[in-house]
Design a protein around this ligand. Structure first.
Ligand SMILES: Nc1ncnc2c1ncn2[C@@H]1O[C@H](COP(=O)(O)OP(=O)(O)OP(=O)(O)O)[C@@H](O)[C@H]1O
Length: 353
């Protein structure tokens, strides 16, 4: 483990066994390292084991087997007092904010510091945190008076009260609308850059991962089935589930439905193929479509085009109909592949090949 590793799971297993019920293998032999400064996305559908996995970090959940090391210490080896101190280094934010309704925003934020710091110190820290999350004018309001996005800002400020080195975000944007989600994710990114805060972000929304994460792990059935840098995962997804998650970020299902209705797609001839192209980075600058015509004598008709930005790198998606002789199409698609473009035939359910 390098000095910069903040969290290290080693072959962690969690099995829930309740009387008369079948055992649930909630976390299945997970080994995973989070480095300082990472925003590490853990994505998976409901029940994949994400919450159980992150609860192991602060030992709210003890692993059945395996170990977790946080900021240099094996969590299982800590005394009760050491565990309490360690937990102060780990902030947490949740989907439903978990604020105390009968206390003001300032009191909610300062709550973790009660009994540890003086009143004056707590006030100074709370003011600093309110400023950091953009809520300086709401110190005396109550949670019920705030919007969902504002409540989550309070949750973030409270999580930062004890100057944690790691922030765990458990579906923190899942109850928010897309615009508010984007503003909360921007805030997390800002805190990551400004404070050097390491973040583990668990979510079922690949869109959230796409916006701010540097690394991604995909979980299914308790296991991590794929992992890598954000760019690697988007450029070369291996597992079908990962591909499905990526497709959600461009509403591909809806796009394919629309495309399927087009007469040109419903009646593809033998000289036409429906193809999806994805590419990352510099490939965008190459005159690919023009080269197809000039060098391979095939025509590309673009039905759908989408370019997104992943960590300032363009990520392009095209759906095209390629028309030409079969051999020429094969050669053209090989040229695309060799140029770093990911080429996949598109199947329209009940429709064209
Ligand atoms: N305390 C528990 N006792 C028994 N089974 C549990 C317990 N906690 C979680 N599970 C089971 O473990 C599996 C993983 O749950 P977990 O909450 O970690 O998944 P998740 O990916 O976080 O999903 P969600 O977003 O819905 O919480 C599920 O089958 C769940 O029912």
């Amino acid at each position: 483990m390098s000095a910069e590793t903040v969290v290290s799971f080693k072959d962690v297993d969690v099995v829930f066994k309740e009387k008369k019920k079948e055992a649930v293998h909630a976390v299945d032999h997970v080994s995973l390292d989070v480095q300082r400064g990472d925003i590490y996305g853990i994505v998976g559908y409901s029940g994949a084991g994400k919450s159980t996995l992150v609860r192991i970090i602060n030992l709210l959940q003890r692993p059945t087997s395996g170990s977790v090391t946080v900021l240099g210490d094996d969590m299982a080896s800590l005394s009760a007092g050491q565990l309490r101190d360690k937990r102060r280094k780990i902030g947490m934010i949740f989907q439903h904010f978990n604020l105390m309704g009968s206390r003001t925003i300032a009191d909610n934020i300062g709550f973790p510091l009660r009994g540890i710091k003086s009143k004056a110190e707590i006030k100074a820290k709370v003011d600093e945190l309110l400023d950091l999350v953009g809520l300086s004018d709401r110190a005396d309001a109550y949670p019920a008076e705030l919007s969902g996005g504002q409540k989550q800002r309070v949750g973030i400020a409270r999580a930062l009260a004890s100057d944690p080195e790691l922030l765990i975000s458990d579906e923190a944007t899942s109850a928010l609308d897309p615009k508010t989600t984007a503003s909360i994710l921007n805030l997390l990114k800002e805190l990551n850059e400004k404070l050097g805060l390491t973040i583990v972000l668990i979510t079922h929304q690949m869109e959230a991962v796409k916006q701010i994460c540097s690394r991604v792990a995909v979980m299914d059935g308790g296991a991590v089935i794929e992992r890598g840098s954000l760019l690697d995962i988007f450029a070369h997804p291996q597992q079908q589930l990962t591909k499905d998650f990526i497709d959600t970020t461009m509403q591909l299902d809806a796009t394919l439905d629309t495309i399927a209705k087009q007469p040109a797609v419903q009646h593809l001839s033998d000289t036409e193929r429906l193809i999806r192209l994805t590419y990352l980075g510099d490939t965008t600058d190459q005159p690919i479509i023009a080269t197809l015509l000039r060098e391979y004598h095939v025509v590309a008709n673009i039905l759908f085009a989408d370019i997104q930005s992943l960590q300032d790198t363009p990520f392009g998606n095209l759906i095209i109909i390629v028309t030409g002789d079969s051999d020429n199409i094969d050669a053209a698609l090989k040229y695309l592949s060799d140029s770093g473009v990911n080429v996949q035939p598109v199947t329209i359910p009940g429709g064209a090949k």
